[in-house]
Ligand binder design. Structure first.
Ligand SMILES: C[S@@+](CC[C@H](N)C(=O)[O-])C[C@H]1O[C@@H](n2cnc3c(N)ncnc32)[C@H](O)[C@@H]1O
Length: 327
């Protein structure tokens, strides 16, 4: 796990006191949530770029690990052999997490903010990260990652980048908001029309059953941070242990994938867990009975979050609700 203390010496801006760092993080967080119209401002300010690096870098390590837990092994094996194009790389937070997870040797970071580019270079060199990190070029066999960046672009820009770099795989790790889901659906439609296959989260390539509904398809992960980052989060009363996110993955090739995806955990009853599941692109209600489960299985099942693939056996169809057994 990357620690805050390892990052602090490589920031563009040196925070005189912890309180200055906290103030900058709060300012940033306001820009990401309530002041979305001013979202571009932080990119010009080395102090806010440094605060972003300090606070969000460590989170991307456990985030990437948790996301990869949902992905097919065959796909991950192919990613291991590919260069990473980190699009909207910011300070290169996901490149570092990616290197840690996959041991990738070749990185291309694409960024429009000069302050972010400068921070990314300082961090990469300062941490003596092995492997080659370029800020221009176009590697041959690649995976294109949008890490919290597609939400700051227009859908056309996202498609333009995909055409320009012509990668073999695409991964989106974006905010779990309804607003972003609208944009993600536009991009999904465009990609499916142009020969891409959706690998995650959709079981099928037909129209998304959540299109036009009040709900939106997003996932959740439990994250454990470096204790120093945890302490800062607590001071600011920011709960970052349970994170909502939008993850989608596409590939030029088809891979075996799950036909049942948990999309929403509904309130459990005394006797059962109640889930909304996307089964071959149809939304269905599943009921998993607690009876017969040992304590550990019951606890694990109760901690299951939206995003995981399921494999079930139908026990009974009760007026539209499916009572199933987990395999
Ligand atoms: C919230 S940061 C994310 C940084 C990093 N990927 C991460 O997940 O920590 C979004 C980044 O996207 C970049 N960005 C926004 N629009 C862009 C565009 N059209 N082309 C390239 N980068 C862009 C911004 O400059 C910013 O650094």
């Amino acid at each position: 796990m990357m620690k805050l203390a390892e990052i602090l010496p490589h920031l563009l801006y040196e925070f005189p006191h912890e309180s200055d760092l906290l103030r900058a993080i709060e300012e940033l967080s306001r820009k990401f949530t309530t002041e979305r119209n001013k979202i571009g401002d932080y990119l010009k300010d080395e102090r806010l770029v440094s605060a972003y690096t300090a606070f969000y870098l460590t989170t991307n390590f456990p985030k990437l690990r948790a996301i990869m837990g949902w992905m097919p092994e065959e796909w991950k094996a192919d990613l291991k052999e590919s260069a990473l194009i980190d699009l909207g790389a910011g300070p290169g937070t996901f490149s570092l997490a990616w290197k840690d997870f996959f041991g990738t040797k070749e990185f291309l970071q694409i960024e429009t903010s000069p302050a972010m580019k400068k921070q990314a270079r300082k961090l990469w060199d300062g941490l003596h990260a092995s492997g080659e990190m370029k800020q221009e070029g176009n590697p041959e066999k690649s995976v294109l990652l949008f890490g919290h960046s597609a939400n700051e672009m227009k859908s056309e820009d996202v498609i333009h980048y995909i055409e320009k770099y012509s990668p073999d795989h695409i991964l989106f790790i974006e905010p779990g908001t309804k607003e972003f889901f609208g944009k993600m659906l536009e991009i999904r439609t465009q990609l499916l029309k142009t020969g891409w296959h959706v690998l995650y989260p959709c079981p099928d390539e037909t129209e998304c059953p959540m299109k036009g509904s009040e709900d939106w398809c997003h996932q959740f992960i439990h994250v454990t941070h470096d204790p120093e980052v945890e302490r800062l989060s607590q001071i600011m009363r920011m709960d970052r242990k349970l994170l909502p996110l939008t993850v989608q993955a596409y590939s030029r090739k088809e891979y075996p994938k799950s036909h049942e995806r948990l999309v929403r955990v509904l309130p459990e009853t005394k006797f059962s867990f109640e889930w909304e599941v996307c089964h071959d692109n149809h939304l269905e209600e599943y009921q998993v009975m607690k009876r017969g489960m040992d304590k550990t299985t019951e606890k694990r099942t109760g901690n299951t979050l939206a995003g995981v693939g399921l494999s079930t056996e139908l026990e009974k169809d009760i007026s539209g609700k499916k009572r199933v057994k987990l395999r």
